[in-house]
Design a protein around this ligand. Structure first.
Ligand code: PLP
Length: 437
């Protein structure tokens, strides 16, 4: 019997084959205990943005550990790295209109914080009936009950129901699997208008917030039409519904911008971050809120007691915040945003060549910044997802890690990746597709 129960893991299979134990990592590569080398084209889980083994981050963590590894941030205490990081994030996300940051441990908690903030906000505004939370089909927001309630990947939800009764779901802007025009190349953005219909149907006086990943990553790297986010943002504004941008994957350079919101030219009311905020060197979540929202909490403040009765023991952990500061330094110093744009263009060009060569196997491919997708045709009579799994297993055997989501291969390599390393990914995919013919 295996002693460790792995996350999202088939434990029956693990009992016979055992996990691949990753031993060490450097740059874009990881090595398992047997010495096999893999190019990690998924950056861990969409997060090792500055790559592995960065001495600058190890040193920052070590230096902070020698001074102060931990002290509570509750009730008026703080540590310097958490204050410095909050200031840094305030400046970085000023164009998105963010003013104040609340720290937690991961993406799920960052989302949970945003959902709770939005409910309290409307109570403070004298509109206690605004409690409903709208997510989208195919959305991934984490594992906690609130985050799961607004998520839209059905198998992740079903066995944990009932979830929050006040959650609703809008359609995803998924061109290849459009609810409104299946198989049609016409896009009328009916999905955006459907959000408006849902808000009207539920009653705007009952809806607190809408949450959206700028690009739906774990749902299959679903890129929205260019104007979609601006349109749903404006619908939310029109009906007094808070707009939460879940930037857990899209934040910190993945799209060649500091955020997906900036990439798609919107200003949300709140943003959630994790993953790339430390490039995975230590766990950290952050929820940023705009000034008008924070002001409402301050205006309703009493002489005693917290305005927001919420907080994680490790909120603003000094080591995690020190890691995040060093990580942001690296992103800036090495101009990894421009690099993600440039290498992303190259990766996209190479993917389009594969689409042309393997037009019977690939539905389409797209890459924006260094976030990419390759959608495969399921083979005749094959259940959905089998082809994705098969191709990714073959690539893994060749030493390249990609992540299948159904029949979509998702790509999210570290932003430091070189052209030569991109060629390695493309070569493995080419050899796999040619070999499976
Ligand atoms: N939000 C998004 C968009 C995610 O992709 C994820 C995780 O993949 C989460 C939230 C949850 O983050 P965590 O796994 O750190 O709790």
């Amino acid at each position: 019997m295996l002693s460790r129960w792995g996350p999202y893991t088939n434990m029956r299979m693990m009992t016979s084959s055992g996990p691949i134990v990753i031993d060490h990592a450097q740059g874009v590569y990881v090595w398992d205990e047997s010495g096999k080398k893999y190019l990690d084209a998924h950056a861990g889980l969409w997060l090792a943005n500055v790559g592995y083994g960065r001495a600058e981050i190890h040193e920052a963590i070590g230096k902070q550990a020698e001074k102060l590894s931990w002290f509570s941030s509750f009730g008026g205490f703080a540590n310097r790295p958490s204050l410095d990081l909050a200031e840094r994030l305030q400046a970085l996300f000023a164009p998105e209109n963010m003013a104040t940051v609340f720290f937690s441990n991961d993406g799920s908690e960052a989302v949970e914080t945003a959902l709770k903030l939005s409910r309290e906000y409307w109570k403070l505004m004298g509109k206690p009936g605004k409690t409903k939370l709208i997510g989208r089909q195919y959305a991934y927001h984490g594992v906690t009950m609130g985050a799961l309630s607004v998520a839209g990947i059905t198998p992740n939800r079903r066995l944990f129901e009932p979830l929050l009764a006040d959650a609703r779901h809008a359609p995803a802007p998924y061109r290849n699997h459009c609810t409104f025009h299946p198989g049609d190349s016409q896009c009328t953005m009916a999905c955006a208008r459907e959000l408006e219909r849902i808000i009207q149907f539920e009653g705007p006086d009952t809806v607190a917030a809408f949450i959206a990943e700028p690009v739906q990553a774990a749902g299959g790297v679903i890129f929205p039409p260019a104007d979609y986010l601006a349109q749903v943002r404006s619908i939310c504004q029109q009906y007094d519904v808070l707009f939460i941008a879940d930037e857990v994957v899209t934040g910190f350079g993945r799209l060649g911008e500091w955020s997906g919101s900036r990439y798609y030219h919107i200003q949300p009311d709140m943003m959630t971050f994790a993953k790339g905020i430390t490039s995975g060197y230590l766990p950290l979540g952050a929820t940023a809120v705009s000034a008008p929202i924070f002001e409402v909490f301050l205006q309703n403040s009493q002489d005693r007691g917290p305005e927001f009765r919420h907080g994680n023991t490790y909120s603003g952990h000094p080591l995690a915040c020190a890691a995040a500061l060093a990580n942001i330094d690296l992103i800036e110093k090495e101009d990894l945003l421009s690099r993600a744009q440039e290498q992303g263009r190259y990766l996209n060009e190479q993917l389009q060549k594969l689409v042309r060569e393997f037009s019977e196997d690939i539905v389409d491919a797209q890459c924006e910044g260094l976030l990419g997708r390759v959608e495969l045709h399921p083979h005749e009579g094959q259940a959905a997802g089998i082809q994705g799994e098969k191709v990714s297993e073959h690539m893994k055997a060749q030493g390249v890690i990609v992540r299948p989501v159904g029949d979509v291969l998702t790509l999210s390599p570290p932003l430091i990746i070189t052209r030569q390393e991109i060629d390695e990914i493309i070569f493995a995919l080419h050899e796999t597709l040619a070999g499976l013919k």
